[in-house]
Ligand binder design. Structure first.
Ligand code: ZN
Length: 236
């Protein structure tokens, strides 16, 4: 399936915004906010994209993507996330730096460039933030299963600090948070691959999971890690 050719950067950014916000539709004002423009400009752009068959708009119901709009949005997101992997893994940029650069690089529309980039990176399924990378045909990788490199991709590597904020009794999913506020749900299976060194929370912090919860991070399974050379020893 081919995405419609030669969209402008602005058109691509609108498609991404509609994709990100439409559940399944988004109002014109919210869309204008997202792309930081006036509602009248957003209305003009929506009309243009509707004429290209990429969005459908109904007054009072808002705007949503058509099937080909979804494919076109996936293509932009695919380019963005592949560039993020390249910048982080091959050029050594930090995870906080790659997004802004990828916002520009994503608009370079050479299918051959992206095909070679994807092959060069061994066809990754996740970007450095752990978000899935749409495939070349516009489909998305399923989130099922834990990839061995998943923890690395989501930034849960030795030496990072996370706060355990919740353990779901039903299936043992751990909700953790970085200092920058990023949250991540780790399945019990994924958590078994993480080695932790618990620290007591400050006395003035509301009571969260107990120290026992932290120590039982990996349940009964012996502590393991995907990168044995860099592990730390648990203090218990
Ligand atoms: Zn990004």
């Amino acid at each position: 399936m081919n995405a419609p050719a030669l969209l402008t950067s602005t058109e691509e950014n609108y498609l991404k915004a509609v994709f990100a916000l439409a559940q399944p539709r988004i109002g014109t004002n919210a869309l204008a906010d997202r792309v930081q423009t006036k509602a009248s400009s957003a209305t003009d752009m929506i009309q243009r994209l509707a004429e290209k068959g990429l969005v459908e708009y109904e007054r009072y119901r808002g705007v949503g993507l058509t099937p080909s709009g979804r494919v076109a949005a996936a293509a932009v997101i695919r380019r963005h996330r592949l560039w993020e992997v390249f910048l982080a893994e091959k050029l050594g940029f930090g995870w906080h730096e790659v997004h802004d650069l990828a916002e520009e690089l994503e608009h370079v529309q050479s299918p051959e460039l992206i095909r070679r980039l994807d092959a060069f990176l061994d066809t990754p399924s996740y970007d450095p933030h752990g978000d899935p990378i749409p495939r070349a045909d516009g489909t998305w990788p399923t989130a099922a299963g834990v990839r061995l490199d998943y923890l690395h991709r989501v930034g849960m590597v030795p030496g990072t600090e996370w706060t355990l904020s919740e353990i779901v009794p039903f299936d043992g999913t751990r909700t953790v948070q970085t200092r920058s506020g990023r949250t991540l749900d780790l399945s019990a299976l994924a958590a078994r691959h993480v080695l932790v060194q618990p620290q007591e929370p400050p006395a003035d912090e509301p009571l969260g999971p107990t120290r026992r919860d932290l120590l039982q991070w990996g349940d009964e399974t012996p502590y393991e890690t995907t990168r044995p050379s860099e592990t730390q020893t648990p203090d218990a």
